[in-house]
Write a protein that binds this ligand. Structure first.
Ligand SMILES: C[S@@+](CC[C@H](N)C(=O)[O-])C[C@H]1O[C@@H](n2cnc3c(N)ncnc32)[C@H](O)[C@@H]1O
Length: 321
């Protein structure tokens, strides 16, 4: 038996772990960058606003943090408008193997300084964190074996107990967000401009009572077993991350509201277009379908966006919307 947080880390990120051995997230679950170019297009609108706030510096960064297969970075680079493209530096950061995408810089660690926009798309949920259970008021860490069998372990430390009291009181079982808070705060500290976390998560008002730790393999949700055979993930306490970082301004939004604020619509083309330009009608109809998937409040549209500008830099316009 070992502590869940260690077992989780080992299963995903040790030598030969699920992500370090090069499993592509795209092979196991569908994320918004894989739907089509629409997310990248919206993020380019946001990047343009951040760039404007920074006074259009000679180099502006777009950083895809926890990039997986680098699909988002690749699309952002490909679709950047001329106003950005000549100054744009696109960087992908992942603990897993680098991908060879022309024009995209790959690192295993976040560079010291980012001037522009950092996006962690489904990054924070992949950061292992302590799993606790509460019995008769005693908060204990959960232990797990390689088959996924669990038992209560030692009492949780003061940091976990404090976090739980502040952010998730009343939980019977929970994933304690201290590691995600710290990762987010550390990332934001390297940025001048803005940082955006997009993830499935919860806020104080809607936290489940029993935690959300689960596994994914080949497109299916599976029992979380820390043997390296599946992704392991848990929803992110987005409000806790927001309050951990030293930010100039903060917006917490749903993906659906944020994407609409950046101009995405799922409007279908006029039916007359099918007769006059069938190819254009087909392409616009497909784009509307993809936008619908990104905006659907019961699906990807229900994802949380945490957007924070860094102290001393103007908030991009989404923040005032
Ligand atoms: C759920 S996948 C998301 C991939 C991609 N962003 C997407 O949305 O399709 C999470 C990724 O975050 C990476 N990751 C987790 N912690 C990391 C860290 N501290 N530094 C860099 N990458 C990390 C994992 O290796 C994995 O590829």
């Amino acid at each position: 038996m070992r502590d869940w947080q260690d077992a989780w880390w080992n299963a995903l990120y040790s030598n030969g772990g699920f992500f370090t051995r090069g499993e592509r997230p795209a092979g196991h679950f569908r994320t918004a960058p894989l739907v089509g170019p629409e997310l990248a297009e919206a993020l380019l609108v946001l990047l343009d606003r951040v760039d404007h706030g920074l006074g259009r510096p000679s180099t502006v960064d777009f950083v895809d943090m926890g990039a997986g297969g680098g699909e988002l970075a690749e699309t952002v680079l490909r679709l950047a408008p001329p106003r950005l493209s000549s100054r744009l530096r696109v960087t992908a950061v992942d603990l897993g193997p680098s991908r060879d995408i022309p024009g995209v810089h790959w690192f295993h660690e976040l560079p010291e300084q980012v001037l522009g926009l950092l996006v962690g798309h489904e990054w924070l949920d992949a950061i292992p964190c302590p799993v606790i259970t509460v019995h008769n008021g005693l908060i204990r860490r959960v232990l797990v074996d390689e088959h996924g069998a669990e038992q209560p372990g030692p009492e949780a430390g003061a940091a976990e107990r404090d976090w739980l009291r502040r952010w998730w009181p009343g939980a019977h079982r929970a994933e304690v967000g201290t590691t995600r808070d710290a990762a987010w705060a550390a990332a934001l500290a390297r940025v001048r401009g803005a940082a955006l976390a997009v993830d499935y998560g919860h806020l104080a008002a809607d936290r489940p009572g029993d935690g959300t730790l689960t596994g994914y393999r080949s497109g299916r949700q599976v029992r979380p077993v820390p043997d390296g055979s599946c992704d392991l993930t848990a929803h992110v306490a987005m409000d806790a991350c927001a309050s951990a970082a030293a930010a100039g301004s903060t917006v917490l939004s749903t993906q659906s509201a944020a994407l609409r604020a950046l101009g995405l619509t799922a409007a279908t083309p006029p039916s007359g277009l099918a007769a006059t330009d069938p190819a254009a009608w087909l392409s616009a109809t497909a784009a509307a379908g993809r936008a619908h998937e990104l905006l659907d409040p019961a699906g990807l549209g229900g994802f949380h966006w945490l957007l924070q500008s860094t102290a001393g830099t103007p908030a991009p316009q989404l923040m005032r919307a």
